[in-house]
Each structure stands twice: as structure tokens, then as C-alpha cells.
Design a protein around this ligand. Structure first.
Ligand code: 5RP
Length: 231
């Protein structure tokens, strides 16, 4: 199958991450999304070619299924202690390695897994790299179903236009059984300030700002894969 240019960059970043950071015996976090899927497939190849003994935990039902189909040992999160390395995608990344995640709907588990990870590797094509968060994509916020209309109104007061995420004619439901409001801001100048404002709203379960969780970002484009570290 011929890959589009963007898919080719996603694959380059994903394969570079797996080849560089994964070692025998590690506990590995599987990300979610189209870029993370390339990493999961490459992990499967390395496990079968090099007989690596990896234990994996997953950020979504979708990645669990893909991991198992690639021959990975995917265990429940409660069965592991710390995670050595997680490889995950992102929707936006800035130079401080602050992220917006969750357009794939897995932000809650992704954040829990990232927080339990010693070395979080973010992989993406260059289009995800931005000067300021919040201009190109909405910020996903996972909310409890109960009273979600009120939660949405409270989110709006923070200066965004929140939209309840749909899946065709139905409301989109996360792996945790919750709803998501996609909150479009015209840029997020003060991400920590916004994060605490969002987290103070009753009914909010998690937000898609990942501010202090990425260890490195591997960004691919026509020139190859560039590694960014927190300055
Ligand atoms: C899922 C995510 C994904 O990592 C993010 O949406 C990027 O996805 P893709 O690699 O398909 O562009 O946060 O919740």
C-alpha cells in the first residue's frame, strides 16, 4: 500500500521511537491514534524478530486489540507498577513539549498512563508542531454524562466554543463511558491557568492539556526525524 506523505512521516517518527527507546524486558505503554498504531506495529515486528520480552499496557481498547493482533503481550494496567517507556501521538505540540491530546478520544487513559511512565515519547508529523497551543485544534475535555449540558456551559465561560463530540447521530462515548466536549479556543496563552480553570468545573473528568508529561518529541518531515527535548 502506498502511504500518503503525512502517513509516511507518522511511520518514520513511530519507527524511530521504537528502534531508539525500546529495550528487552521493558514495560511499554501503547498510545492511541494513527501515529501510535505505526509504533505498535513496529513493536510487534521487533518482538517477533528479536524475541524481545516486553510487557505492554494500553491507552485504549482499540490499541489493546491492535497490540494483541501484532503479537504483543498486553496486560491490565493494574498488573504493572511503573511503565518504562510510553510511545504516543499528539494533536498539537509546542517547543516546551506541552501538548493537546484527545482528538482520538483516549485522553483520560493516555494521561493516567503518561503520569505512570518514566519516559514519555511523543511521535508526530511536522504539521502537529505549533508556536502556540489551541489555534489549529479544539481542546478535548472529558466530562461525566450527568449534568453534561451544565458542564458545557461552564466550559464556555472560559472563552471557548464547546461542542459535544458526536459519532454519527449518536453522542461519542469514551472507553470510560463518558462524553467529550471539544473546546475551540483562539490560542491558549496560559495553559497552566486554563488547565486549573477547567479542572475546577464540577463534572470535568480530564482535559487534553498534557503540560509536564512528555520527555521527548520525535517530529518527522521530508528532512527526516528530529528529536526535541524539554529546553
Ligand atoms: C488520542 C490522541 C492521539 O494521540 C492524537 O489524537 C493523535 O492522533 P493521530 O496520530 O491519529 O493524529 O490523543 O486520544
Amino acid at each position: 500500500m502506498v502511504l500518503s506523505e503525512t502517513d509516511n512521516y507518522k511511520k518514520m517518527a513511530a519507527e524511530s521511537a521504537v528502534n531508539t527507546y525500546i529495550e528487552d524486558g521493558m514495560t511499554v505503554g501503547l498510545g492511541t491514534g494513527s501515529t501510535a498504531a505505526y509504533a505498535i506495529k513496529r513493536l510487534g515486528e521487533r518482538v517477533s524478530e528479536e524475541e524481545l520480552a516486553l510487557t505492554c499496557v494500553s491507552t485504549s481498547e482499540q490499541s489493546t486489540a491492535l497490540g494483541k493482533s501484532c503479537g504483543l503481550k498486553v496486560v491490565p494496567f493494574e498488573d504493572v507498577g511503573r511503565i518504562d517507556v510510553t510511545i504516543d501521538g499528539a494533536d498539537e505540540i509546542n517547543l516546551l513539549l506541552q501538548l493537546i491530546k484527545g482528538l482520538g478520544g483516549a485522553l483520560l487513559r493516555e494521561k493516567i498512563i503518561a503520569a505512570a511512565t518514566d519516559f514519555e515519547v511523543i511521535i508526530a508529523d511536522r504539521s502537529k508542531f505549533v508556536d502556540e497551543l489551541g489555534f489549529t485544534v479544539p481542546l478535548p475535555v472529558e466530562v461525566l454524562r450527568f449534568g453534561h449540558e451544565h458542564t458545557g456551559l461552564a466550559l464556555k465561560k472560559l472563552g471557548c466554543s464547546p461542542k459535544l463530540r458526536m459519532n454519527g447521530n449518536d453522542v461519542f462515548v469514551t472507553d470510560g463511558g463518558n462524553y467529550i466536549y471539544d473546546c475551540k479556543f483562539e490560542g491558549i496563552e496560559k495553559p497552566y491557568f486554563l488547565e486549573s480553570g477547567i479542572n475546577n468545573i464540577p463534572g470535568v473528568i480530564e482535559n487534553g492539556l498534557f503540560l509536564n508529561l512528555a520527555s521527548v518529541a520525535l517530529i518527522a518531515d521530508g528532512n527526516g526525524v528530529e528529536t526535541f527535548k524539554v529546553p
